[in-house]
Design a protein around this ligand. Structure first.
Ligand code: C2E
Ligand code: CA
Ligand code: CA
Length: 271
């Protein structure tokens, strides 16, 4: 049954890529101290005409195994760059745009050259972008990944390590990676402030980031209690349903406008 579902998904995925049946959703990241948006994460959505929305957790692994992620990943990067460039040109400051990247894309021979070409084509500035790559994927082939990430970082693009704490990073690699920000994995945030171990792990990651002089953000923040814990422990950057779910383009633009309009009333939003 599983094999059947997989084969069905794979053939549908091929068709969807041909037809560009995907949409980018955006989830804002906030500075919880100032209530300002510091950036947006692009999250891919695939709505199948019969099956409805299919979770990226189900189809991204298939796209990776089949190599389809290379083509799909380029489309995501190009769309994302076009959107952020349009926002910046309209004077809408949405902060940095984060795009999830599979390590397979990084391993592609001409990946950095493709990135440069896309930046030129879309008019997107390197420092408007951040690439998120998971800790687990980096550690699969750390030496080569470090080299490619170095090149990308030298272009001025930020590097974020996603799902941090779930993989097996060696501290010596962490020191060598050109990392701008660590994302504390949602699984450690979920049971805060009730689970002592998750509290200890989250505090440890925040301390590690501080001592390595890199930023830290918590993902999957859903409750006020979690936010208070994070603020008390010096993690000011927050992403999660507490602030906003991932939203389609039109709705995220509406949210940005609402926040901007509230500037004159509260002086807390600065976008
Ligand atoms: P991720 O990069 O760790 O993305 C965060 C996931 O958590 C997203 O799920 C998001 O919708 C969800 N999320 C955000 N805030 C909350 C919260 O407060 N509570 C809960 N319960 N969930 C929250 P999504 O969109 O289903 O994506 C799942 C995964 O699929 C992503 O995990 C990422 O690994 C992958 N993915 C999504 N879009 C892309 C893409 O464009 N390229 C690649 N390579 N992978 C992608
Ligand atoms: Ca991510
Ligand atoms: Ca994550």
């Amino acid at each position: 049954e599983k094999a059947f579902v997989r084969v069905t998904l794979e053939s549908n995925l091929r068709k969807a890529i041909e037809n560009e049946d995907f949409m980018l959703y955006y989830q804002p990241k906030f500075n919880a101290l100032t209530n300002t948006i510091i950036g947006m994460e692009v999250l891919l959505r695939w709505e199948h005409e019969k099956m409805g929305f299919i979770s990226p957790d189900d189809f991204i692994p298939i796209a990776e195994e089949t190599g389809l992620i290379i083509h799909l990943g380029k489309w995501i990067l190009h769309q994302g760059m076009q959107h952020i460039t349009a926002w910046k040109r309209q004077g809408v400051n949405v902060g940095i745009l984060s795009i999830n990247i599979s390590v397979m894309q990084l391993q592609e021979y001409h990946f950095v050259e493709t990135l440069i070409q896309m930046l030129q084509e879309t008019g997107c500035h390197a420092d408007w972008l951040e690439l998120e790559v998971t800790e687990g994927q980096v550690m699969k082939n750390p030496e080569q990944t470090i080299q490619t990430l170095e090149k990308i970082s030298n272009l001025g693009i930020n590097i974020a390590i996603d799902d941090f704490g779930t993989g097996y990073s060696s501290l010596s690699y962490l020191k060598r990676l050109p990392i701008d920000i660590l994302k504390i994995d949602r699984s450690f945030i979920k049971d805060i402030p009730y689970d002592e171990e998750d509290i200890a792990i989250s505090k440890g990651i925040i301390a590690l980031a501080k001592s390595l002089n890199i930023e830290v953000i918590a993902e999957g923040v859903e409750t006020e209690e979690q936010k208070i814990f994070l603020l008390d422990n010096d993690c000011h950057y927050i992403q999660g349903y507490l602030y906003s779910r991932p939203l389609p383009l039109v709705e995220i633009e509406k949210l940005i406008k609402e926040l901007r309009n509230s500037v004159s009333l509260t002086h807390t939003y600065n976008i």
